[in-house]
Design a protein around this ligand. Structure first.
Ligand code: KG4
Ligand code: ZN
Length: 347
C-alpha cells in the first residue's frame, strides 16, 4: 500500500525546524524526525525576539536542520512526496527564509510545494499525535497565540474567542521579568508559585464579567506591576516570599480566567458537536500543571477527552507543518512557485 511522506519546514518565530512525517494510507501518521533549533540564547540579551537576528539565524540554520531531519528519517529529499513550509503568519524575515528555502528544494527536486498556515499546524497537531476526530475544541496558548477554535476540518475553523491583547505566555514572560525571575517566564513563575500564597494579592480576572470567550492579559500584568512597585516603595525591594506570592496570585488569576473561558467555549462546542467531545491544547503554556488541571476539570465536566500532545509537538515544530500538508493534499492542489510569505494570515 502507498505511504505519503512530507518534509516540513518551520521558521516563523524563534525556532528553526525541519521534520519528516509519513502516513501510510489508512493508518496513523508517524513522525520520522523532528529537529528544532531554538534561538532563545541569541535573543536573551535583548529581552525579546529581534526580527533581524531571527531571520539571519533561520537562513543560516535551515539547510543544516533539513539535512539532519532527512538523515534521522533515513531518507533523501528525492524520496519525499512533497515539501511543506510555514508561509505565515509570523515574523516576515523568518517566513521568507523558510519559503525561499522550500521553493529552492521544490524547484530542484520537482516535488510539490505546500504553503501552510502556522496556526493550522498547531490546530491539527492532536490528529497527528492522538488520532482525534473532527470536530474538536482547540485551545491554543503560547507566547504568541491565544485562541479557541472549533476545528471542523483541515480548512474549517470556527474561532469562538481569543485574546484582545497579550498572549498568556507573553504575560508569564513579562511578569517574570517584573519579578526578577529568569526567562522563559512560564516555568519560573510556575516554580515560584509553588511556595506562594495566591490569596495574598487580589489580582483582577479580566473579562470574566463579560459574556463570550475573549480573554485579556495585559491588565493583569499591569496589576502585578503596580503591586510590585508598591512593595518596592514600601520595603525598598522584593523579598523572596513576595516573588512567590506575586507569582502564585498571578498564576491563580490566569488559571481562573482560562478555565472559565474554556468552560464557555466547551458549551458552544458541545452544542454543535453533540457527543464524543474532545478538548485539545497546544502551545508552551499548556505545560503549566495548574492550567492543565483547570482544563482537565472542565473536560471531565463535559465528559470530554482531554488531549495534550507531547510538549515537543505542542510548541513550535515542523512535524505539525508536514502533517498539515498531508491533510491538505487530500483536498487541495499544491502551491506553485509564486507562493508568497504572509506576515498576517488569520484563520
Ligand atoms: O509554544 P511556545 O514554545 O512558543 C511560542 O509561543 O513561541 O510557547 C512559549 C511560551 C513562553 O511564553 C513560555 O513562558 C510559556 O510558553 N510557558 C509556560 C510554561 N512553560 C512555557 N507558561 C506557563 N507555565 C509553564 N510551565
Ligand atoms: Zn506557534
Amino acid at each position: 500500500s502507498h505511504t505519503v511522506t512530507i518534509l516540513g519546514l518551520e521558521s516563523s518565530c524563534d525556532d528553526t525546524a525541519a521534520a519528516v512525517v509519513c502516513q501510510p494510507v489508512g493508518s496513523a501518521p508517524r513522525v520520522l524526525s523532528s529537529v528544532v533549533f531554538g534561538q532563545t540564547a541569541l535573543h536573551a540579551a535583548f529581552g525579546g525576539v529581534v526580527p533581524e537576528i531571527a531571520a539571519r539565524a533561520h537562513a543560516e540554520k535551515l539547510d543544516h536542520c533539513i539535512e539532519q531531519a532527512l538523515a534521522e528519517a533515513g531518507i533523501s529529499v528525492s524520496q519525499v512526496d512533497g515539501i511543506a513550509v510555514t508561509s505565515g503568519p509570523g515574523l516576515i524575515g523568518g517566513v521568507v527564509s523558510g519559503v525561499m528555502c522550500a521553493k529552492g528544494l521544490a524547484l530542484a527536486t520537482g516535488k510539490p510545494l505546500y504553503g501552510i498556515n502556522h496556526l493550522i499546524g498547531h490546530a491539527l497537531t492532536p490528529r497527528l499525535t492522538n488520532a482525534v476526530t473532527y470536530p474538536y475544541l482547540m485551545l491554543l496558548v503560547s507566547g504568541g497565540h491565544c485562541q479557541f477554535l472549533i476545528v471542523h476540518g483541515p480548512d474549517r475553523f470556527d474561532r469562538v474567542g481569543g485574546t484582545i491583547d497579550d498572549a498568556p505566555g507573553e504575560a508569564f514572560d513579562k511578569v517574570a521579568r517584573l519579578l526578577g525571575l529568569p526567562q522563559p517566564g512560564g516555568p519560573a513563575i510556575e516554580q515560584a508559585a509553588l511556595s506562594g500564597e495566591p490569596a495574598r494579592f487580589a489580582f483582577p480576572r479580566p473579562l470574566l464579567d463579560r459574556a463570550g470567550c475573549d480573554l485579556s492579559f495585559s491588565g493583569l500584568k499591569t496589576a502585578v506591576l503596580r503591586t510590585r512597585d508598591a512593595l518596592v516603595a514600601d520595603q525598598g525591594g522584593l523579598h523572596a516570599q513576595d516573588q512567590y506570592d506575586l507569582s502564585a496570585g498571578f498564576q491563580a488569576a490566569v488559571v481562573d480566567v482560562l478555565t472559565e473561558k474554556t468552560r464557555r467555549a466547551m458549551t458552544l462546542y458541545a452544542d454543535v458537536a453533540g457527543s464524543d467531545l474532545a478538548l485539545c491544547v497546544a502551545g508552551g503554556v499548556a505545560a503549566n500543571s495548574a492550567i492543565r488541571a483547570g482544563l482537565e476539570t472542565v473536560a471531565s465536566k463535559f465528559s470530554a477527552r482531554f488531549v495534550a500532545p507531547p510538549l515537543a509537538l505542542c510548541t513550535d515544530n515542523a512535524a505539525m507543518i508536514a502533517y498539515a500538508a498531508i491533510e491538505r493534499m487530500a483536498l487541495h492542489p499544491a502551491d506553485d512557485l509564486a507562493l508568497s510569505a504572509r506576515p498576517r494570515w488569520p484563520l
